[in-house]
Every structure is written in structure tokens, then in C-alpha cells.
Ligand binder design. Sequence first.
Ligand code: PMP
Length: 478
Amino acid sequence: MHPLAQLDHDYVWHPFTQMKDWLKSEPIVLIRGKKTRLWDTDNRAYLDANSSIWTNLHGHNHPAINRAIRRQLSRVSHTSALGFANEPASQLAEKLVSLSKIGNESVEKNIHLLTKVFFSDNGSTAMEVALKLAYEFTRRTLGPTASPHFLSVSGAYHGDTIGAVSLGHIDLFHSAYRGLLFPTEAAMAPYCYRCPHNRAEPERADARSYRNCQWECTQSVVKAFDEGRQKKRPISAFVYEPCMQGSAGMIAQPVGWLKRVAEVAQENKALLIADEVLTGFGRAGLMDDGASVLLASHKEGVQPDLVALAKGLTGGYLPLAATLTTQAIFDAFLGEYSDFKTFFHGHSYTANQLGAASALASLDILATSHGPEVRRRLESDLRTALLSLWDRPQVGDIRQVGAMVGIELVKDWRHRTPYDLSEKAGIRVTQAMARRGVLTRPIGNVVVLIPPFCTTRREVYRMVAALSEAIEEVLDGG
Ligand code: PMP
């Protein structure tokens, strides 16, 4: 075993990993990267097919981001936001606010303009900030006896801190901690492939038809609001991931779902909390007219009151996150010091200067004139390359939104029979992909492809070929 692999085995506890399994084989130790490629200690090259858990936007070792970090490094790496301002964080906040306007839409939509940015370190903390702001804002508007109540979507994952876990609905991850959590409501996810009403004919993504669909999933949101009112526990905020529900299993939302449910929430005077930790920064694709968007919510003309951004914020280089809020929410925390309306929340590394500098460089790359063209090509290459997978009987569904893809593996495509999780179908397939030089991580039976935007057509085809061969090797006959 390589000494670095041994060191890992001796000391490191990995996230979301059964360590008994981990310790059975030598881990891949990644030591260098360039664009879409990563190299291990034996100088073996791999394609980064999930952008290092959905973080990397423009490839590894990008000269412009490296330059920005080095420039900042030569000045100062970190100063505290507790009591002091800093240049890159202020510039980044301004840029995020200006990019979060809803483009060509009406001024009315922009009533919910996001005007303030609260920095933190990762997706979970960005959601935790959104949750606490929404909770306290509701109590300050409705009165201190109000008991704010949250609605999210079944299968949701919003992070691992206790508040974020409370908003989540993945039993496998969350049930052990039930006793630590506060109750939240779950609306039906628009998971067409496994919809109990099953009228959306999802067998062929390119010919998907919602003709007969009666949108029971949106009706469940209406029902949750109605029941909340009847039980005198009205829903104060609706928490959603726009366009693609990531860790729930790459659940692609049918066009129109978000617009409908957002309208229901707004009619009920609930806050909209967008978890754009995965979907922000163009991952969910371009607008229909080809325009680039920061927030996936804007693809459906939805302007949230609170937005969590993380993962791609720094281009995938450093841990930095941001929660954007409206002026109304910010104003609810203003007062004399002695009123103690302060938002008592923050972290040692809040508004880290290196992170903010790399985020500014990443946003500049996103804004280059050829950026949208490159992303459109990647989306279309993925769509075309993935068509070949439909011939594999173990491929039940292929879901793509923008440059994000989930391929759901099934035992029997006719009956959509899932593999039992204990069979580790997704894990075994992605391990076989790694042996073919393509790295990704599954979510249960769903294999995820979220490559960096700079992935070439050849690389897309290599990723899909590796997946196809891995399915054949591991699941053939299954
Ligand atoms: N929200 C969403 C939608 C996510 O996908 C994730 C991470 N997969 C998180 C929140 C939590 O982010 P982090 O892992 O950076 O805490």
C-alpha cells in the first residue's frame, strides 16, 4: 500500500462512508489536478465526472483562479468579519446581489430583491443561516408567540447541521438523529419516474409527456398549507431546491413545478427559501433564450426571499458559502444595541479573504462571453452521449437538467424494481468506473454525472462509455 494511503487508513474518518468497507481496499489518493483530470500517487489519470462532489465549475488548477488566490495570499489570507470589513468579501457581496436580480422580469418580481449577503463556510451553514433568519423574521413580524413552521420536499437534503437535517427528509441519513430534530412538513417530490399516479410516461426523457399528469405533487403543497392553517400551525417558509433535487437522487423537476409551488407559497404569505447549493452558478443550465443565470430559480421566474449558495461559489477551490436575503429580512434585525435584535450567528472564517478572491475570479470566468456557449455544448453533448445508455436493461431512468445528470439503475426496467440498497449497485458501478479512469459518487442506485463546464465532447463520451461498461461488468444479468 502506498504510504499516503496507509496514512489515510491509519487516521482519517471519511464522510458518508462505511469505514469497515473503506479499510478493506487501498484508497485512491489524489495528488494533482488539471482541468477535468485528477492524478493519483501512481500517476494514473482520472476524469472528475462529479466535479469533486459538485463543487468544481471551470476545472482544476485554473490559471485565473490560481492567480486570484496567489494575489490575495500575498496580501492577507484571512481576517475576521467580526468587527472588520475586507475588500474581496465586500466586492463579492456586491456582485452576488447584482447577479441575483431576476433579469428581464417585471419590477413586481424584484420586490423580493436580494440585497444583503451573510457569509459562512459550506452548504449546511448557508442553509442554517437561512433557516434561523426565516424563523426569527417570522417571529418579529407575527409576534414572539408565533411558532414558525417549515415545509420542504420529501427526499430533501439540505445539509448536516441540526437545523438543515430537520429540513431534510432522507430517512437513511436522518432517522438516527430524530430526537435532536424539530418537526417539519414534507410535500410530495415531483419524482415522475416513481410517481404513484404514474401518468407522466417518463420512460424516454426526450419524449416525456405530462399530458395526463394532474400535478398531484403540486396539490400536496396546497394541502400542506391548508392543513397548516387548519391546525393553527401555518407554514412560514417553503424550502426547495430548484429544477433538480440533488441528493434526493437527482430528481429532475418537470418544467412548471417550481413556478406553481412558489405561487402557492407566496399566496400563503410564506417565505421562499431556495437551496441553490447545487443548482446555482449555471449548473442548472441557461434560460430558454440562452441567457446565463446565477440562480436556477430564475429559470422558472421565481425570486426567493432567501438563497443559500456554496459548492460552486469559489469555483470549487475553497470552502465559502453565502446566504442572500431581502432588505425586509435584514431590516427586521435592525435596532438599538440594547434592543438585542442582532443576528447572533457567525463563524471564525466568515467572509474569508482567499475564498472571496477565488469566488470573484470564478464569477469572472462564468461571465466570459463564450461561457454560455461552452455550457450549452456540454449539455447537448451529455444529452446525445447518454442516449446509448437506454439500451442497457439496468438503466431505468436518465434525468438531466443543464449539466447535471442522474442515471437510475434498476433490477428490472419493466417494473422499475429498485436494487436493494444492501446490494450496493450504485457503489459497485462507480467503483468499476474508477477502474476505467472515471470518478464519481452514486446516490443509492443513482449514478451522478456533473462534470466541470470545461469537459470536452470526447471526455463526455469517455465518461458515458465507462458507465456503460461498468454496468455491464457489475450488473449484467441483474
Ligand atoms: N444543500 C444541497 C442542495 C446540497 O446538495 C448539499 C450537499 N450535497 C448541501 C446543501 C450541504 O452542503 P455542504 O456539504 O457543503 O454542507
